[in-house]
Design a protein around this ligand. Structure first.
Ligand code: ZN
Length: 163
């Protein structure tokens, strides 16, 4: 998203909420170049249907509510409102839309995992343990390796600010 102040287009989302009964997402963004914050309203695109390819060749249409349910379970008792979780699910849908019209359920799981990793460690672990059938602590540390170094760096920054 292009920064309205310095016109660079690298930013991070600091807060997301659904508005208009879930038809749009309001995002608070922080420009990575100049550090200023701005707000965007994005309509959730619903023109193209995404096809989910299941195991054994079954196909079904993508259902954002299913993603939201999975995330709600992972974020149970964590500090996230329904609207924030719906926005996270909308992020997942948007990311899938940005690359293709067909997606495997496994790819959806990976995107959900990465999004959870960015916002909440506990939620991420819960989802990963169900999704991947994790049993040992080592499984979790190995799992973290798929996450891009940029995300890890960002998390380091956040920690510095918080302390
Ligand atoms: Zn900027």
């Amino acid at each position: 998203m292009r920064c309205p102040y310095c016109f660079r287009d690298e930013d991070r989302v600091v807060d997301s909420r659904t508005v208009d009964d879930g038809d749009a997402v309001r995002r608070r963004r922080e420009c990575l170049a100049c550090g200023r914050r701005f707000t965007t309203f994005e309509k959730v695109a619903e023109d193209t249907k995404i096809v989910v390819l299941k195991r054994r060749g079954a196909r079904e249409s993508f259902d954002r509510e299913k993603v939201a349910q999975g995330m709600r379970a992972a974020l149970k008792n964590r500090p996230f409102s329904d609207s924030e979780i719906d926005a996270l699910a909308a992020d997942v849908e948007e990311e899938i839309r940005s690359f293709k019209e067909e997606v495997t359920s496994q790819e959806i799981g990976q995107i959900v995992l990465r999004r959870l990793f960015e916002v909440d460690e506990v939620g991420y672990m819960r989802f990963a343990s169900v999704y991947k059938g994790f049993e040992r602590l080592q499984d979790f540390t190995e799992e973290a390796s798929f996450v891009s170094p940029a995300v890890l760096e960002k998390r380091e920054d956040d920690r510095d600010v918080g302390e």
